[in-house]
Write a protein that binds this ligand. Structure first.
Ligand SMILES: Cc1ncc(C[n+]2csc(CCOP(=O)(O)OP(=O)(O)O)c2C)c(N)n1
Ligand SMILES: [Mg+2]
Length: 445
């Protein structure tokens, strides 16, 4: 039987990234020069006890212990939760215009979710609503580091990433309302939508960790078409513990696929605290076991999230494989609207409230003289008007027609799956190969 062997395309060069009209000349060279200049003014980077780079400018000054008493878990917070908020780490790569654009995306993310919350309370939302208050910098800044050809594998809290990738807030609202013009035409609920044709978004998979293997498959597919892409996947501190997370990411590590895994470490998985979930301190330590680079960032500092993702994306484009970014942050609402999250100690909530990612970004933009108070207020007002208009569009849209309920549910085998990046390159293995040669179907240099 003929065994086919897949020819390894040489790693694609890093593409220049005209992020938007705001940044017409972000070619590699200009970027490298700018980065070198900004590198010099960077605060030092620490390492954790296992040698993982830790970009944070503040390690957690407190510790949460839990004990089982009278039939419930009680938390004891030791240490100081009142330490001053650290400054943001200056970005090595972001321009003024990009930083301002990122702030706007973060405000859109927050305003859209606040609107969804009020719609939920007015019974306009069908099913659950999962919010990302406090996590906007992580979603927005990581997705902002992707190029157009790169892919996104969001989880329920990454509505901000979806907006950066190109979804209109009205599309997300219609999705939560089950409207006929929503991305799934009212067939699936809430955050479960994606776009394989235009926006390169794999819809979230409920089973935690399963998206990672799919994103690895997307990266493999692109490589077989001669292109190294980055596939940005997210997983929570809870979802990190599942088998599919390990299996999917290990596959990416072994095959050197450009999966960038952002671990959103927000200290709770639903109501389960991290000490009941894993025994290590930093989830980025797992990078050592996978054999990929890992880094710890402050997930409320958009600059750290952007820079770390930008570097991981560049590695992916160079064909150097997968990376892990652990973002430490806090989910400021419950798991979903039905969860008041009373299990989180008030002092811990207050600590993170002072580290609000949007307030920190605004402070940074004021300190750099890139924006003033009036411009920030104008941006909030403009976004408010925009989201109100988007809500009106979503509310005016009709529900799906009942007779269409059976369509667009199952994959239609007659649908052509377009090849996005080029012809698939496969070459036949040497039929005379020695039996001692490893029998592999995919062989890369
Ligand atoms: C394999 C699997 N087990 C359980 C669940 C139910 N579930 C959905 S979200 C969630 C908590 C996830 O916590 P985490 O990964 O920390 O993400 P966070 O909600 O904190 O962002 C659980 C248990 C699931 N979807 N999949
Ligand atoms: Mg969590």
């Amino acid at each position: 039987m003929a065994t086919s062997k897949i020819e390894a395309p040489s790693p694609a060069p890093i593409e220049s990234k005209p992020k938007s009209a705001l940044n017409p000349q972000s070619a590699n060279e200009a970027e490298a020069t700018a980065a070198a200049g900004k590198e010099a003014s960077q605060p030092p980077v620490g390492t954790n006890p296992h040698g993982i780079p830790d970009w944070r400018l503040e390690q957690s000054p407190f510790h949460i212990e839990s004990e089982w008493a009278n039939g419930e878990y009680r938390y004891k917070v030791t240490g100081d939760t009142n330490t001053p908020v650290p400054p943001m780490r200056p970005s090595k790569y972001l321009t003024k215009e990009q930083s301002i654009e990122m702030l706007r995306y973060m405000i859109i993310n927050r305003r859209m979710e606040a609107t969804l919350e009020s719609m939920y309370k007015q019974s306009q939302v069908i099913g659950g609503l999962y919010l990302s208050l406090g996590q906007e910098a992580c979603s927005v800044a990581s997705a902002y580091a992707l190029d157009k050809d790169d892919w996104l594998g969001p989880m329920i809290r990454n509505q901000g990433s979806m907006i950066v990738k190109g979804y209109q807030p009205s599309a997300t609202m219609m999705q939560y309302m089950g409207k006929g013009a929503s991305p799934t035409k009212g067939r699936d609920s809430g955050s479960h939508y994606g776009d394989l044709k235009k926006l390169n978004v794999v819809a979230p998979i409920s089973h935690l960790g399963d998206s990672i293997g799919v994103l690895a498959g997307v990266a493999l597919g692109a490589r077989l078409q001669g292109k190294n892409i980055a596939c940005l996947a997210y997983i929570g501190d809870g979802g990190q513990s599942t088998g599919p997370t390990y299996e999917g990411f290990n596959f990416a590590a072994v095959q050197r696929l450009g999966v960038v895994l952002v671990v959103e470490h927000n200290s709770w998985a639903y109501s389960t605290p991290v000490e009941l979930q894993f025994a290590c301190k930093d989830l980025a330590d797992r990078a050592i076991g996978y054999g990929v680079p890992g880094v710890i960032v402050d997930g409320t500092d958009a600059n750290q999230v952007y820079d770390a993702t930008h570097e991981a994306v560049a590695r992916a484009h160079r064909g150097e494989g997968a990376s892990i970014i652990e973002a430490k942050l806090m989910r400021m609402k419950g798991h979903a609207m039905h969860d008041p999250a009373q299990y989180i100690p008030m002092a811990v909530k207050e600590y993170w409230k002072r580290r609000d990612p949007i307030a920190r970004m605004e402070q940074y933009l004021k300190e750099t003289d890139w924006m003033n108070e009036g411009q920030i207020a104008e941006m909030h007002a403009e976004v408010e008007r925009f989201i109100d208009e988007e809500r009106a569009v979503a509310e005016a849209a009709p529900m799906p027609e009942p007779e269409e309920a059976g369509t667009d549910v199952y994959f239609d085998n007659a649908t052509d799956i377009p090849v996005k990046y080029g012809e698939v390159r496969v070459k036949h293995a040497n039929p005379n190969r020695k039996l001692t040669e490893p029998s592999v179907h995919a062989h890369y240099k």
